[in-house]
Design a protein. Sequence first.
Length: 419
Amino acid sequence: MPKFRHEPRVLAIVLAGGEGKRLAPLTHDRAKPAVPFGGNYRLIDFALSNLVNAGYRRVVVLTQYKSHSLDRHISQTWRLSHLLGNYVATVPAQMRRGPHWFAGSADAIFQNLNLLRDERPEHVIVFGADHIYRMDPAQMVAQHIASGAGVTVAAIRVPIEQASQFGVIETNGHGHEIAAFREKPADARGLADAPDQVYASMGNYVFDAERLIEIVTEDAHDQASVHDIGGSIIPKLVASGEAEVYDFAANVVPGATERDMGYWRDVGTLDAFYDAHMDLISVSPIFNLYNMDWPILTLPEPLPPAKFVFAEDERMGHALDSMVASGVIVSGATIDHSVIAPRVHLHARALVTDSVVFSGVNVGGGAVVRRAIIDKDVMIEPGARIGVDPEEDRRRFTVSDGGIVVVPKGARVSADEQP
């Protein structure tokens, strides 16, 4: 009889219920993980790609707020073969404890313990749905299994002066055991091998399945708890000596370059979201979407290639230092240092620079768009100006702390409103 190597049974849970208030207006009618990114993608595609590329193909996505766009994207895009028991399935808030939403990430798992009982995994991966990064989770799972820990927490090294922006993990100085998990400390201690750095939690975890069931059940009956994984569950496991840290710097993804190795970005604000797009269009990308050894997966629309027309001095259709998706028509317009999603039409003498343009946008002739995020299906009329007059922009639109103008989905921007 042939001998088969035992593979640990792993279930992946992706937490995708966040409102994303700081990304408004991009989240006015969609959950944060469903926000478009990088032309073709949604934010959740990055977490799901990392999981399925690593061979973890039993994935549940816990949803909550404004989930229709996310549900539709996953049902249309992430269809895995059921022949071998693979699936990516959305699970809405089922209110198993009464008529209320999830009280926190730990409560979300508690309310879905039936999923663990059905699948009977040995280990559970719990990842967030809205960060931009590449990671091989199998390497983290391997460390977790070898350690015998109740939980392993992924961490990225950041300068110690940024400690007050993160949940910070402190170790005893030797090995991986977590000595303390502190939320945004002002007096963080540097790492033993790098005193000018600290470990910041990435919000990615691997749990022993039985221990996860036990501790979220205990937490559910603790009325003083905030029912959050980072705020409630991890500190309890740290206190009992059951928590280890996984150093993201040790994760080696096939095809990674020295430039983008170890890249991770939280896009929880409009400025961070904008900056992450600007990372894509470097000559040597800070985040390389073109790594085909570890692809970021999605299902593009069936569209023709991008088209650039007219080569006249005053209306030349061209793009510089930019990413332009399928179905785009650049009709005598200029695109500079921008990310353009599918089905965008730019007309003669229009200028789009330093901007992120979502799908279905129409930019009229002579219009100017600078340092802006334009949501889906916006109509920018001929001669309109966005990102030119700060006072006028603030009167009409959301403007980020960094001065990025955000035009909401389906808006019509008229040139008549210009001073």
